[in-house]
Design a protein around this ligand. Structure first.
Ligand code: SF4
Ligand code: SF4
Length: 204
């Protein structure tokens, strides 16, 4: 008899606990019923990557001087710079250049330290392949510029959180004139230039 009563008591406690958990879960659901959906319907809609997005690296063959700085600053010595000495010009001559994006950690050291700025980040992030060896890109593949989200006629570009006006969370149906919260990098640079000018000639 005592055992039976204990079982009933335990069962009741568990039922109450379960009902409380269900209530908690449903309260979140009901809370979202009042909100507008912010889901991005990829691939028909895509978020515009931020200015400092570190996507696939772009390489300009003609600018490369085969100095191998990119290899030395890379934490995994990843870029492969294949060059030979040209006795005529007495300079290094670049034959091939490649980066394996299956291994790259997109740290940006090579882009940062390249003395001729022949490396730069693009906004390309769609790099899914069936064979990881396809991610090993040579200088031809690296020289290709990706389609910009804002220029792709098949895609509706949406502003990501950093580009939205203050207090706005939903990028859909936003008028093009709506200003983002904060300043554009170009505005910050322009302000810096004005400040520098004023510092150089305080009387002006
Ligand atoms: S650092 Fe720049 S210039 Fe030097 S080898 Fe690398 S990509 Fe070429
Ligand atoms: S982004 Fe970083 S890991 Fe990738 S190649 Fe450049 S230095 Fe190496």
């Amino acid at each position: 008899m005592f055992n039976f009563l204990r079982q009933v008591s335990n069962y009741t406690k568990e039922t109450i606990q379960a009902a409380r958990y269900i209530g908690q879960g449903l309260s979140v659901t009901f809370d979202h019923l009042n909100r507008r959906p912010v889901t991005v319907q990829y691939p028909y809609e895509k978020l515009i990557p931020s200015e400092r997005f570190r996507g696939r690296i772009h390489f300009e063959y003609d600018k490369c001087i085969a100095c191998e700085v990119c290899v030395r600053v890379c934490p995994i010595n990843l870029p492969v710079v294949d060059w030979e000495y040209n006795a005529k010009t007495k300079k290094k001559q670049l034959n091939h250049y490649s980066i394996d994006f299956g291994v790259c950690i997109f740290c940006g050291n090579c882009v940062e330290f390249c003395p001729t700025n022949c490396l730069s980040f693009t906004e390309e992030y769609e790099m899914a392949v069936y064979d990881r060896h396809e991610l090993n890109m040579d200088n031809v593949a690296l020289g290709r510029l990706p389609y910009k989200v804002t220029e792709d006629p098949m895609v509706t570009p949406l502003r990501e959180l950093a580009y939205l006006p203050k207090g706005v969370m939903d990028p859909h149906d936003l008028p093009a004139s709506a200003r983002r919260a904060g300043k554009f990098p170009s505005e910050i640079l322009a302000e810096q230039k004005v400040e520098e000018k004023q510092e150089r000639s305080p009387s002006a």
